[in-house]
Design a protein around this ligand. Structure first.
Ligand code: FAD
Length: 390
């Protein structure tokens, strides 16, 4: 009698799920690899990444750029060089900017998705869309139930369901994966929005639209993190890459301050010397946008040169909240990373269950780090399944 084909179910057709299914099917020809996706298409978020250009990795990837050193086991196996090899082998041309960020040569996220979708077609990977997984039961095999009560069975399950970032509030209610994983015994660190803009108590509307290169720090009760880059003033707060990076350190239940330094390369004394005896307002207009000059004059109580220079080096904003998941690039929190084997991504609680990508409590800084982890964990999980397949 012919033996029944084994099935690997990949739950979630995002970056990690798509790459994992391709790597699996390339190696395991006689296995059904099925992607279950709750939306009407797979890979939708890839199109949003890097402002539509998809910053897919970075040459300087290190565990130090993530919230947990545990990711090192994954990163060692999937270096930026390996990432480039894998995508090149899939037919994607690549390019890098002078800060080491890796992009498709076309600088179009659509090209990345096109290459992945072509491969899925070529390998005849089954894709079932509009299938919102509601529950998974792990007995002899896995039973996978959708919200509309369809049922599939699988020998392996890969949870690649991502997080809540870029999902609006109403749609949040359809996001079941944390509940599914809890019912399988896993623990969830409360998800919060990361790499996002921050709302401030102080008004920013008069500066809205202004971009400036600054040194910025976030100061929580007893810790301070600093980053250099562009801040973008919004109607109700601060955005821009530097703020996105610092938002990873914003703890919602703590009193947090953002401090901007508009003159990171000068000391207060040096600024004072450069201004010399020129009238203050005129001197400031030679080095700052007029909107900032106006704003700092409004902030200043006694209008002395010393006070104004101090303010410009310590321009503080009190954070009231983030702009929320709908406007965030990533989810911080998710399944405890120490509940998976960091060298294989297999659950330590349930055999043949793998967790990859953002569903885990792993977050990295801006610049290709989060997609890199999505690809890396997919690669590691696929390798482990291929090696030990039974
Ligand atoms: C606007 C934006 C820009 C970004 N830019 C970059 C960038 O340039 N570089 C970078 O490194 N990172 C970037 N990121 C972050 C990056 O996109 C994510 O870290 C990455 O996509 C995570 O991959 P994933 O496979 O874990 O999850 P996702 O890509 O979120 O995929 C998860 C998939 O699972 C599906 N799903 C969820 N639950 C279920 C269920 N119960 N049943 C069936 N299907 C389900 C979802 O619909 C989704 O398709 C950006 C994110 C956003 C929102």
């Amino acid at each position: 009698m012919e033996e029944k084909k084994k099935t690997i179910a990949v739950i979630g057709g995002g970056a990690s799920g798509i790459l994992c299914s391709i790597l699996l099917k390339q190696a395991l020809k006689d296995v059904n690899v099925i992607i279950f996706e709750r939306q009407e298409r797979i890979g939708k978020k890839i199109l949003q990444t890097g402002n539509g250009r998809c910053n897919l990795s970075n040459n300087s990837i290190s565990w130090k750029d993530y919230n947990t050193c545990g990711v090192d086991g994954v990163l060692q196996q999937f270096t930026p060089k390996k990432c480039k090899e894998v995508f090149t082998s899939l037919g994607l041309w690549l390019d890098e900017d002078n800060e080491g960020r890796i992009y498709p040569y076309s600088y179009r996220a659509q090209t990345v998705l096109d290459v992945l979708l072509e491969k899925i077609k070529e390998l005849e990977i089954e894709v079932i869309t509009n299938f919102n997984v509601l529950e998974i039961k792990a007995l002899d095999d896995f039973s996978i139930y959708s919200t509309d009560l369809r049922l599939y069975h699988a020998d392996y399950v890969i949870m690649a369901t991502g997080g809540l970032a870029s999902i609006n509030k109403n749609d949040n209610k359809c996001f079941n994966s944390y509940e599914i994983l809890k019912s399988l015994g896993h623990h969830i660190i409360e998800p919060i929005a990361g790499l996002c803009a921050l709302k401030t108590k102080e008004k920013t509307k008069s500066l809205s639209g202004l971009r400036m290169k600054v040194k910025a720090s976030i100061i929580n009760n007893n810790e301070k993190h600093t980053s250099y880059g562009e801040v973008l003033f919004k109607d109700e707060g601060l955005s821009g890459i530097v703020i996105f990076d610092l938002s990873r350190f914003y703890r919602h239940n703590e009193h947090s301050i953002i401090e901007l330094d508009f003159f990171p390369t000068y000391t207060e004394e040096e600024i004072k010397q450069k201004i010399g005896t020129r009238p203050l307002k005129l001197a400031l207009c030679g080095c700052l946008p007029k909107m900032i000059v106006q704003d700092v004059l409004t902030r200043s109580k006694n209008k002395t040169i010393e006070e104004i220079i101090f303010l410009l080096k310590h321009y503080t904003y009190t954070i009231t909240q983030s702009y929320g998941f709908a406007n965030a690039q990533i989810t911080m929190g998710g399944v405890l990373f120490n509940e998976v084997n960091p060298f294989t991504m297999q659950s330590l609680l349930i055999k043949k269950l793998y967790l990859i990508g953002e569903v885990l409590d792993v977050d990295g800084k801006c610049g290709g780090y989060n997609l890199h982890f999505a690809w890396a964990s997919a690669y590691v999980a696929a390798n482990d399944i291929i090696k030990n397949f039974n």
